[in-house]
Every structure is written in C-alpha cells, then in structure tokens.
Design a protein. Structure first.
Ligand code: ZN
Length: 255
C-alpha cells in the first residue's frame, strides 16, 4: 500500500504544549510510523511541513505535499489539548472508519489511556482538502497529567501502524548496548561498487550517501538493529532527523 504521513504544525507555528510539546512528540510518532510502515514493505511519503510561517501556510503546504502523490491513505498525527484525556481519531467520512476505530482501540490499550472514539472531522482543513482518504489522529492530551505520564511515542506509533494494517507487527530489536560504540571499515564490497548509507535500516530506504568500496575511513557505529537476517549500524554524526544506516555485512570491525 501507499501512504502519506505527516506530523502536525512545526517549530515556527507551534501546536499545543504543556506537559508535552505537540510538535516534538508528533515528529517522533511520525518518524516511527514511517519507519515501521516501510519495514512492512509499504511506500510512505513524509508530508510534514517545517517551512510554513503561519498556521494557514503550514496547512496548505501539508495538503500540497499530500496531493502530489496518489496514495491509499493520508495519516495526520497530532496531540490534543483543552482539558480532556485519551485518544480520538477524526475521519472525513465512513471510508476510514474501520482504520480509525482500530487505531483508537490499539492506542488506548497500548498506552492505557481513555478511548474517546472516532469523531466527525468533515470541517478539518487537511481532511477536507486531501484527495485520498484521510484521517487525523489526536494521540493524547498534552495538558493531561495522566496521559503525559503514560505517553510513549514509539508505543503509540506501533499501535497506529497495527491499527492501519490490522495486524500485529514486531519491531526490530536493538542489539545490546554494550556492543556499541565500535569502529568499522568498508569491506566485502566489490571493486567499483559502493556501500549505501540509508535514512532507515532498510535496503529500500532513502539513499543518504555512498561510501566507495576502497573508502579508507573508519566509521563509528553507535547503534545496531537486526532487521530480518541483516544487522544494520547507525553511523555517528547523523541525528535522529538525518539518520545514516549501513548494512554491517559490508563492513569489517576494526576495533
Ligand atoms: Zn495539532
């Protein structure tokens, strides 16, 4: 399947904030939702807007990005505020009701927060103006002490993906932290070929950089992830927002 996913608001036009900051947390959820959907073999476009200087521009930019792709579902990720508690999902029409119902159920169970259910979002700009089917998730309330104490962006993202795909998924486990950091060099790469640095630990992920087969440098691996039979390593110097992963099969440990 094909998906558009975005986090609401941006650093310039902030969303809600109290015990949690909406923009900070919706980006974490968005990144993990994208990573998990891709690991399940789906095509995902990140339609998050970090440039809009007004709320209107932000919304317009998001819709423009969404409508540039033909997808099965647009997923908008927000956090709520205003004195309530729990998860609620907004839909434009009944086409996304099943997804929304499952997402509410999964998040409510996973985070142990109230299930406020599926709400009518016909008036919401993003839902009204996106061409594909769309839903907007208000993951929890940033101004609820209870919600924020139970908040976990990774768990929330997993619940969203399981709700979308209507199945349980396993997330790749992280190798023991006592293994990292360590140094590697490029190895096992045929003459003339390159070792690709990817945005996520997956061969289908966006290409960030290419390392030559005879690259003489030593690279520090700060995190490892097992994905199927392969182990991927995160290179030092890349942040959460600019990941750089390599398949460690094509490296040699040098220290
Ligand atoms: Zn919001």
């Amino acid at each position: 399947m094909k998906f558009n996913v975005h986090g609401g608001h941006n650093k310039i036009v902030q969303g809600a904030s109290k015990f949690l900051n909406e923009v900070t947390e919706d980006r974490k959820v968005k990144n993990e939702v994208i990573r998990l959907l891709k690991l399940q073999g789906h095509t995902v476009y990140d339609c998050t807007d970090d440039a809009g200087k007004t709320q209107n521009d932000n919304l317009k930019n998001i819709v423009k990005k969404c409508n540039a792709h033909s997808v099965d579902l647009d997923v908008s990720i927000h956090l709520n505020s205003g004195g309530g508690e729990g998860i609620e999902v907004y839909t434009y029409d009944n086409g996304t009701k099943a997804y929304a119902t499952r997402i509410c159920d999964k998040i409510s169970k996973s985070l142990d927060i109230k299930n406020r259910g599926v709400k009518n979002g016909k008036g919401l700009y993003v839902l009204k103006n996106t061409r594909a089917q769309a839903l907007l998730i208000e993951c929890c309330f940033v101004d609820s002490k209870k919600d924020s104490s139970r908040w976990n962006a990774e768990k929330c993202a997993k619940a969203i993906v399981e709700g979308i795909l209507n199945k349980s998924i396993s997330t790749p486990t992280v190798a023991p932290s006592n293994e990292v950091p360590y140094l590697v060099k490029v190895a096992n790469v045929s003459k003339g070929d390159t070792l690709n640095v990817r945005a996520e630990p997956s061969p289908n992920s966006r290409l960030v950089e290419k390392l030559k087969y005879n690259d003489p440098n030593k690279y520090t691996i700060v995190e490892t992830k097992k994905v199927g039979s392969q182990t991927w390593g995160l290179l030092k110097g890349y942040s959460t927002y600019r990941n750089g992963w390599i398949n460690l099969y094509y490296t040699k440990k040098v220290q």
